[in-house]
Design a binder for this molecule. Structure first.
Ligand code: DAT
Length: 153
């Protein structure tokens, strides 16, 4: 079983993925680390300040690595994995004031805070996931997460 967790940076992907891993006994996978360890990094996106992952090879690698395992994959790029091999797509979302506070606490510069807030306002990860063929489940991480997870597990 494969769960992906996508969403704007700061909305709580890692926190939620690790919670699911711990409570539901899934293996936690950070997609960036997985991509680096499996030679799937084909460049660096200066604008987004993140690795460019070879999308063509990504899904096969994931499928081969985690066949018959319970795995939760954390990344704002995870919705680029082929929906065919994913059972559940979660998009984390967060109240904008709270998100701004979280990003500032991380020490992000004003411009980067603004970019991520815009991303959240435009619902970018959710929209992209739907475009890829997913039916995402939204989890609001500024509200009671355990309560919302009951609709999944
Ligand atoms: P992401 O992985 O999307 O970048 P994160 O999991 O690192 O986000 O969380 C960003 C910050 O928000 C971090 O300081 C913890 C806080 N946070 C995330 N989920 C939360 C929750 N459910 N309740 C309270 N704080 C949360």
């Amino acid at each position: 079983m494969v769960i992906i967790v996508t969403g704007t940076p700061g909305t709580g992907k890692t926190t939620l993925s690790k919670l699911i891993a711990k409570e539901k006994e899934f293996e936690y996978v950070d997609l960036n680390t997985f991509a680096r360890n499996n030679n799937l990094v084909i460049g660096f996106d200066e604008e987004r300040n993140c690795d460019i992952i070879d999308e063509d090879k990504l899904s096969d690698s994931i499928e081969n690595a985690f066949k018959d395992k319970k795995v939760v994959i954390d990344s704002h790029m995870s919705h680029y994995i082929d929906p065919e091999i994913v059972d559940i797509c979660i998009v984390t979302k967060c109240d904008l004031k709270e998100l701004k506070a979280r990003l500032e606490k991380r020490g992000y510069k004003e411009e980067k805070v603004r970019e991520n807030l815009d991303s959240e306002i435009f619902d970018t990860c959710n929209v992209e996931a739907i475009e890829e063929g997913y039916k995402p489940i939204i989890i609001w991480t500024d509200k009671n997460v355990d309560e919302q997870l009951k609709s999944i597990f």
